[in-house]
Design a protein around this ligand. Structure first.
Ligand SMILES: *[C@@H]1O[C@H](CO)[C@@H](O)[C@H](O)[C@H]1NC(C)=O
Ligand SMILES: *[C@@H]1O[C@H](CO)[C@@H](O)[C@H](O)[C@H]1NC(C)=O
Ligand SMILES: *[C@@H]1O[C@H](CO)[C@@H](O)[C@H](O)[C@H]1NC(C)=O
Ligand SMILES: *[C@@H]1O[C@H](CO)[C@@H](O)[C@H](O)[C@H]1NC(C)=O
Ligand SMILES: *[C@@H]1O[C@H](CO)[C@@H](O)[C@H](O)[C@H]1NC(C)=O
Ligand SMILES: *[C@@H]1O[C@H](CO)[C@@H](O)[C@H](O)[C@H]1NC(C)=O
Ligand SMILES: *[C@@H]1O[C@H](CO)[C@@H](O)[C@H](O)[C@H]1NC(C)=O
Ligand SMILES: *[C@@H]1O[C@H](CO)[C@@H](O)[C@H](O)[C@H]1NC(C)=O
Ligand SMILES: *[C@@H]1O[C@H](CO)[C@@H](O)[C@H](O)[C@H]1NC(C)=O
Ligand SMILES: *[C@@H]1O[C@H](CO)[C@@H](O)[C@H](O)[C@H]1NC(C)=O
Ligand SMILES: *[C@@H]1O[C@H](CO)[C@@H](O)[C@H](O)[C@H]1NC(C)=O
Ligand SMILES: *[C@@H]1O[C@H](CO)[C@@H](O)[C@H](O)[C@H]1NC(C)=O
Length: 684
């Protein structure tokens, strides 16, 4: 169910042939504004035109979903009286010629030639994981540098607007607006006239307020709120705006109101400092959470512990731009440098996934009984944007696939994400002997989920593995000491069930019996419990779980790796089966040594001989059953390879998929490893 409205004018926009390159690698969907589950837009460009009837909509940012609506954000430059759209086609006769798109983990730059001026328009979505205030601010920057290419000064004005598309998946909903002009900045605000707290349509929140802001530079900064054709036309005609707003509040798509700001730079050869716009999509509270006492907590973005008004935060961020840009450059250098040490195609993968991973979460605090923000009570909430595993809040299996990113950026975030799951299940609201699938059925309602399910092994092991990883990477044993008994219940559940998983399922939708990959996850979970007990100073219990784990591993190997085969079977007793044994990843990550090297070596040889261009099938039962790859499990598997050549080959296969240009989705999770086609969920 997706609701979207297009602008009829798009039908008239010509489709321009692309002659530019995406640097450093070709990919078809570029991250633009990725700062929260709702401020999450990309641009589909490149070889595969965007999949709507209107190929020209490729010029507009789109939401992250697989049938994405346009998220109106228009940018234009006027040079010597001629207007060139930079982003968003709009009845133009002069299209700026794009020369390149440059992507880094925090920034996406479009380099264009607009008549005599060369232009860089950069979308910066900061990654500030160690700074919870900045990380939790759902704001993104656009900054523009221009330089004259003929050495002569030219009269330059810059313009950008947003539509109210950002407020709802139903563009028929009514919005209103206000302009705030202070001595040092302009901020244009729009919201739904009847917001619905915590509700969504088409994955868009219905309780957001969009703020589009700019620092003032004397009289040369102007603004206007009105119909798209009027405001953009005003800029086109005069290079400045009227500083007026229409008074007839209306639906998002009715004579679409736009929120425009422009700056006249005069006759220049170059900009000495970039021109900056700031887009924010604020919700408050961001999550409702049923706590261990059964009370409904309204939780706010962490940054509210520092700012009392949106204007305060906006002013801070506008003043913070120069630092934010340097910090973005430094973060890019660090991420790319670290990834380069692994393999040559890995930096490109983290370039696409860094913003994606961090924008899937909201980091929250709440007020204590006296009304003060309690910054010791931090909880983070994760929206499942992967298209598998259902819409649940902090969906444990999906969190498991993303948590290595949080471990890398700031392992404390893993603890903030586990905390609501542990607290709820430790309370008398939860009685199942295994771990829950999530902490609420649909984001952003973390109101608990006590429903029985068939992923008891999967989720219990995931919880034990992630809890130990948090303790190992932070050195902080707080979750272990607080929830030790609960963790032991899950470990005991694994002891009872994991060796013979029977018909238990995994997050991939695999329903076959006695899955090898699932059984070993449970066995690793038991070994993780041994380390958790050690962490808790309970050595006798640690020894017990250690013994069970190694005993089970021996039995598991006999069942899953019979002597007549060269690799692990996907299912006990199914001699022709094979698959991606991605759950071995946590044995390596946590340095548990559960599975012997001989098994890793056999699997590595198997992967090196059985891959296709774009990856491995997740599960194979020749001649006819195959399950598509997921980039997450491919990457997990790569990190279990016993030689770097095979590891690098597996990473390269995902890279091949990303650069194939067959799909134009926002770096999708699941795809067909022979055709590189996107599949929404596990397909056979
Ligand atoms: C600007 O106005 C001119 C003259 O009406 C028109 O030809 C051109 O298409 C307009 N450009 C944009 C970007 O709206
Ligand atoms: C774009 O490139 C074409 C072909 O080189 C040229 O004719 C046109 O003037 C360029 N447009 C701009 C805005 O620079
Ligand atoms: C745009 O960015 C590229 C790459 O960093 C740089 O070489 C070029 O000079 C920049 N152009 C402008 C107009 O700032
Ligand atoms: C816009 O609607 C919201 C929600 O109903 C309301 O609180 C706000 O006052 C309205 N703003 C204006 C300018 O009418
Ligand atoms: C969350 O719960 C509220 C009621 O508190 C409801 O209106 C809203 O639709 C729910 N959101 C989702 C995404 O289901
Ligand atoms: C820019 O230069 C043009 C032509 O040289 C001149 O007519 C115009 O007044 C100048 N504008 C400004 C803002 O200096
Ligand atoms: C703040 O949160 C911590 C952690 O949940 C809790 O222990 C403490 O009691 C809270 N403080 C107040 C004043 O509520
Ligand atoms: C494990 O099995 C034992 C023996 O059947 C049972 O007493 C215990 O409750 C089970 N524990 C869990 C957590 O399932
Ligand atoms: C699963 O494997 C165990 C151990 O080999 C076996 O006893 C059991 O029958 C199998 N279950 C199914 C449903 O095949
Ligand atoms: C528990 O085991 C750890 C690791 O083997 C060891 O360092 C520690 O001294 C042991 N503690 C006790 C109380 O025996
Ligand atoms: C794996 O590759 C080997 C060598 O090419 C081949 O003999 C074998 O049939 C393949 N196995 C599977 C399950 O595809
Ligand atoms: C292949 O498909 C056929 C018909 O759907 C089915 O009977 C058979 O069990 C399948 N083979 C495997 C190995 O799953």
């Amino acid at each position: 169910m997706v609701f979207w409205i297009f602008y009829p004018i798009l039908l008239l926009t010509p489709v321009t042939a692309q002659t530019w390159a995406t640097i450093p690698f070709s990919t078809q969907s570029l991250p633009i504004a990725l700062r929260s589950p709702y401020l999450n837009s990309w641009i589909s460009q490149g070889k595969a035109p965007f999949k709507t009837p209107f190929a020209s909509s490729a010029w507009w940012p789109v939401f992250w979903t697989s049938s994405p609506p346009i998220m109106g954000w228009y940018v234009a430059i006027r040079v010597d009286g001629v207007t060139y759209p930079i982003l968003g086609g709009f009845g133009e006769t002069h299209q700026a010629n794009q020369t390149a798109a440059i992507i880094t983990p925090t920034q996406t730059t479009f380099a264009l030639q607009a008549g005599p001026m060369s232009v860089n328009a950069t979308f910066l979505s900061p990654i500030e994981p160690m700074d919870l205030v900045r990380q939790s601010m759902p704001f993104t920057y656009l900054y523009i540098d221009v330089t004259s290419s003929d050495g002569q000064p030219h009269a330059v004005q810059l313009y950008s607007d947003i539509t109210a598309d950002w407020l709802s998946g139903d563009r028929g909903m009514m919005c209103n607006w206000t302009a705030t002009t202070e001595s040092d900045y302009i901020s244009l605000k729009t919201q739904l006239q009847s917001p619905i707290p915590f509700a969504e349509i088409g994955d868009q929140a219905l309780d957001s307020t969009a703020y589009f802001s700019m620092a003032k530079q004397g009289l040369s900064t102007t603004w206007q709120i009105g119909r798209d054709t009027d405001v953009r036309g005003q800029f086109n005609t005069s290079g400045g705006l009227l500083q007026t707003q229409e008074s007839n509040f209306r639906a998002i798509s009715t004579n679409p109101p736009v929120f425009g700001m422009s700056i006249a730079l005069g006759n220049i050869t170059t900009t000495s400092t970039p021109v900056v716009w700031l887009l924010g999509l604020l919700r408050d509270p961001v999550v409702q959470y049923t706590n261990g006492d059964g009370n409904n907590e309204l939780r706010s973005s962490y940054f509210w512990s520092q700012y009392t008004t949106p204007q305060g935060a906006i002013n801070f961020l506008l003043n913070d731009f120069t630092r934010a840009r340097s910090a973005g450059d430094a973060m890019d250098a660090k991420i790319l440098g670290d990834a380069q040490k692994i393999s040559s195609s890995y930096p490109d993968m983290v370039t696409l996934s860094a913003r994606q991973a961090l924008s899937a979460i909201d980091i929250t605090v709440k007020r204590d009984d006296s009304g003060k923000w309690n910054v010791s009570d931090v909880k983070a909430f994760f929206k499942n944007m992967g298209g598998v595993g259902g819409p649940g809040v902090n969906a444990v299996d999906v969190l498991y696939s993303a948590f290595p990113a949080y471990l890398y950026f700031n392992p404390a975030i893993v603890g903030y994400l586990l905390s609501p799951l542990l607290e709820f299940q430790n309370s008398n609201q939860y009685a199942l002997p295994y771990a829950a699938h999530d902490v609420g059925l649909a984001y952003p309602n973390a109101t608990g989920n006590s429903n029985p399910h068939k992923q008891g092994i999967e989720q219990s092991a995931n919880m034990l593995i992630m809890t130990l990883a948090h303790a190992q990477f932070t050195g902080d044993g707080i979750l272990i000491s607080k929830y030790y008994t609960l963790l032991r219940t899950w470990a005991d559940y694994l002891v009872n069930n994991t060796l013979n998983p029977g018909t238990q399922t995994t997050s991939d939708g695999l329903t076959t019996t006695n899955q090898t990959n699932l059984a070993i996850k449970g066995i690793i979970g038991i070994a993780a419990m041994a380390k958790i007990s050690e962490f808790a100073g309970d050595n006798a219990t640690a020894a017990h779980y250690q013994t069970v784990s190694s005993n089970y591993e021996n039995q598991w190997q006999a069942l899953s790796f019979p002597s007549n085969t060269s690799h692990l079977l996907a299912n006990y007793g199914s001699d022709s089966s094979s698959g991606l044994m991605y759950n071995l990843y946590s044995d390596k990550l946590l340095q548990l040594g559960v599975v012997p090297n001989s098994v890793y070596e056999a699997q590595t040889t198997f992967y090196s001989q059985n891959s296709t261009s774009f990856g491995e099938f997740l599960d194979m039962k020749p001649p006819n059953v195959t399950l598509n790859s997921g980039k997450d499990w491919m990457m997990f598997t790569a990190s279990t390879a016993s030689n770097s050549a095979t590891r690098d080959e597996l990473i390269l296969q995902i890279h091949n998929f990303v650069t194939a240009g067959v799909t134009n989705e926002a770096f999708p999770l699941i795809y067909n490893p022979t055709s590189a086609e996107f599949t929404d969920g596990p397909a056979r």
